[in-house]
Design a protein around this ligand. Structure first.
Ligand code: PMP
Length: 388
């Protein structure tokens, strides 16, 4: 059992100690609980205690001591992970990187020569669904969601700004990506939520104009809602700040304090512990997944090339956060349903604007969930021949 009721799948009851052996394993969400054991090992140094009278006043960005310390920690961790250049860049905090998605769209849509056209926002399929949902929800005179990036590839006649989301590594398939669109009017938002040594080779530090990162996939604290943007251009930075200040009236000091405490633990010693820990788990999980699916004729796992990693200083095998599985049989049009029958809950391909012949299975959850996932997958694959 666990002391606080944030139960693993198939556990319930007031202290999560009741086990339901036949319930489905839920690997639908990207909750990064695989990092929980790291924080159990660092329980004392990562604890945050705040007296009731502490840090009561409003906090405007970049003014408080804590924001400056947090910025310093962020820069230090990027230097350790070798995954982003931060020198001479501005940093904007957000309520998760989720809030920064739209802050970035807002800021870039105001770039010239947009004035007479709404900027068109695109992403390459399969892509992370909130890009579309958020852009449509918040849509203004300045921007609208257009769809798949390739729609605009041959439309060089469009005179307005185009904003492309580039998710690298991609959610759902874990591959490093480059923009589909290029040109003077194309602005790119690099979503690097998974650009950490846990999940991917780091071929070079990212050095783009606008990059988004998040504590959710770095430390696993998705519930703290803390992300940041690294921004080259001062005007884009100012517009993103305006957005955050208007939306939030500053930025939660409690969140900053928790993030700072966690990041200080991450940076301890040579700062490589959490990356080695995360990478080791994810690599092991991928190996097990690949093995199970290598025995299958019915399903196909995505392929990710081995690549040189400057963090590990060697070529490395893939270790993505998700399995992106294709059901190959003609009749298996609803792949999620095939897995659901086998008591595995995944996220359908259509939620990434791909075919439902695909399903995403999360490899980020707690060890117990992962083990149950593997057990069920083995059963499913071993029954393939009987089912014909
Ligand atoms: N971008 C991508 C590609 C993601 O997968 C996620 C989380 N699932 C996010 C952004 C948002 O993360 P958060 O708001 O927790 O920082």
């Amino acid at each position: 059992g666990k002391p606080i009721c944030e139960c693993y799948s198939c556990y319930g009851g007031p202290d999560c100690s009741l086990f339901f052996p036949n319930c489905p394993v839920n690997v639908e969400s990207g909750d990064p609980l695989f990092l929980e054991p790291f924080w159990i090992q660092n329980a004392a140094s990562s604890a945050v205690v705040v007296a009731g009278w502490h840090r009561m006043s409003y906090s405007f960005p970049n003014q408080s001591h804590i924001s400056k310390e947090l910025e310093k920690s962020i820069r230090k961790i990027h230097a350790i992970a070798k995954n982003a250049i931060t020198d001479g860049r501005y940093i904007v905090f957000g309520v998760g990187s989720t809030q920064l998605l739209n802050a970035a769209v807002h800021a870039l849509s105001m770039e010239k020569p947009s004035s007479s056209f709404p900027a068109k926002v695109v992403a390459k399929i399969p892509y992370y669904r909130p890009y579309k949902l958020q852009t449509e929800f918040f849509q203004t005179l300045h921007y609208e969601f257009e769809g798949d990036s390739s729609i605009l590839r041959n439309k060089s006649d469009f005179a307005g700004v185009v904003i492309e989301f580039v998710t690298s590594p991609n959610n759902p398939d874990g591959n490093l990506r480059s923009p589909v669109l290029k040109g003077p009017n194309v602005k790119t938002i690099y979503d690097h939520a998974y650009y950490w040594p846990h999940y991917t080779a780091i071929p070079a530090p990212a050095d783009k104009d606008l990059m988004l990162f998040s504590i959710s996939k770095l430390t696993g604290h998705a519930g703290s809602r803390f992300g940041w943007a690294i921004v080259k251009d001062v005007n884009v930075y100012k517009r993103m700040m305006d957005y955050i200040v208007l939306a939030e009236m500053g930025f939660s000091k409690d969140t900053q304090l928790r993030a700072l405490t966690l990041l200080k633990v991450v940076a301890q010693g040579n700062g490589k512990q959490i990356f080695n820990f995360g990478h080791e788990i994810m690599r092991d999980r991928w190996e097990k997944m690949s093995h199970v699916f290598s025995l299958s004729k019915r399903f196909r796992l995505q392929s990710i090339p081995t690549q040189y990693c400057t963090f590990l200083d060697r070529t490395r095998e893939p270790s993505p956060g998700y399995a992106w599985v294709k059901c190959k049989r003609k009749e298996d049009k609803n792949c999620t349903q095939v897995f659901r029958v086998a008591k595995i809950i995944g996220r359908p391909g259509s939620k990434f604007f791909a075919k439902n012949r695909y399903v995403r299975l999360s490899l980020l959850k707690g060890q117990h969930d992962f083990e149950m996932l593997i057990r069920r997958l083995k059963q499913l694959v071993s029954r393939e021949d009987e089912e014909g």
